[in-house]
Design a protein around this ligand. Sequence first.
Ligand SMILES: Cc1cc2nc3c(=O)[nH]c(=O)nc-3n(C[C@H](O)[C@H](O)[C@H](O)COP(=O)(O)OP(=O)(O)OC[C@H]3O[C@@H](n4cnc5c(N)ncnc54)[C@H](O)[C@@H]3O)c2cc1C
Length: 488
Amino acid sequence: MRAIVIGAGIGGIAAAIRASQLGYEVTVFESSNGPGGKLSSFEQDGYRFDRGPSLFTMPQYVDELFELCGENPKDHFHYKREEVVCRYFWDDNDRLVAYADPELFSKEAAAVFDVDADLVLKALKASEKKYIYSGRTFLEKPLHKLNTWLSKDVLAALSRLTQMDLNDTMHEVNKRQLQHPKLVQLFDRFATYNGSNPYQAPGILTVIPTFEHLIGTFLPKRGMFDITASLVGLAERQGVRFQFNKPVANVQHSGDQVTAVELENGETHKADLLINNSDVHFFYQNLIKDVKLPKRTLAQERSTSAVIFYWGVRGDFDELGLHNIFFANDYKAEFEALQSGSIADDFTVYVNVTSKYIEGEAPAGTENWFVMVNAPYDRGQDWQEEIKRIREHTISKLSKVMSKDLRSAIETERTWTPPGIQEDTGSYLGALYGTSSNSKFAAFFRHRNESKQFKNLFFVGGSVHPGGGVPLALLSAKIAADLIPRPA
Ligand SMILES: Cc1cc2nc3c(=O)[nH]c(=O)nc-3n(C[C@H](O)[C@H](O)[C@H](O)COP(=O)(O)OP(=O)(O)OC[C@H]3O[C@@H](n4cnc5c(N)ncnc54)[C@H](O)[C@@H]3O)c2cc1C
């Protein structure tokens, strides 16, 4: 039986592996000239850059794909746990090293901000509790199945609902738990993990620090793109065929079955099973006709997007490691601006430098900087003007905090904007994480992993349940595979 996957994003690759394990003959059609979508990579003037994700959590969801296929992940995919999760910088020269080890992190926070030694530890414990009692349960199961709601762990989670801070915002919970404004800001920033706003997102999202500090963050030995590359290798060893530069233009259907895909080049390919990894919004808008639209799902607010500068930088900025955050002075104003479709005068800048840790990523004496500023999803803003302003402010903010001249150190650069993200990956309005999680009902309005109308159509990737981010896109494929009928 033939399965077709639309899109070779990380969710599509994982779904292709799982469908081949179920016994399907799988072909993946991808618009671009290579795999990975947002999780791809490029080279420029001797530098290598990961294009999108830089923070890798839950590596077990990659490992388990190798195990599913009877392979040892350690033979193919290597990664190391990071000892420092993030370095935080403020304009007034306050700095904090967030160690992965919760005790060390808590001690460091106490030393820098003169707060109780176990304040951060307590917040992390509360976060872990939310993960154990609810987060995990809801992330790993389809939400529209009665079985899910009758399972023992979900019933147990429901009985603890009042402890999940659903009626407070993330910011309110963090303010209650962390007291010091800079620690509150630091914990609020976890909302950006899924493109949300801490002043609106429900308190249950204070579960997110668990991923960084208790489960851990990891660096793949050959950079983030290695997640994509090693899984493509695994898929190909299972017989999955990847066809690049082959955009799907239309999905044919009859009765309760999808029957074939038509490519932009005019080819038609029959399918017994179809897995869509393209953004679900575009799927309904462009790829399938004469179907009932899931209007409420499609009307959900998009997550934030980003403006990214890829800079090749000469010199040694030794304070910078992996994951550095230069905070805005007024975080609330930053999110209010994002919400209304703009970027504030002062904003938070994220910098990630992998060339210090991975050989061959940058020419001698230089570093490869991934510099990201949170941006609203595309609403037709004048991005060329915005880029000029953001670039200037980013350079002066970083130069000032590090007391170094960054402007003259930049040797090569490339920029990615929300419209560019949409154009290159098919992500609706350039949202990084599909829909936002700014309401406590957001999880329930996300598109499910199977079609209501067609028995052989399934959905994976960051725009559907359980949401955006690499681990969740991998989980979407796992949930979908449990729903896919076994071939006769
Ligand atoms: C700048 C940036 C930073 C991020 N940072 C992080 C991070 O640090 N950690 C993290 O976990 N996540 C991060 N994310 C989010 C993460 O990258 C995504 O959630 C995840 O990669 C989405 O995977 P996906 O399976 O939805 O596929 P996508 O990457 O969205 O890929 C979809 C694929 O489908 C293809 N496609 C679309 N339409 C068609 C068609 N008609 N025919 C054929 N192919 C089609 C596209 O070309 C694309 O290759 C970041 C994203 C970005 C952009």
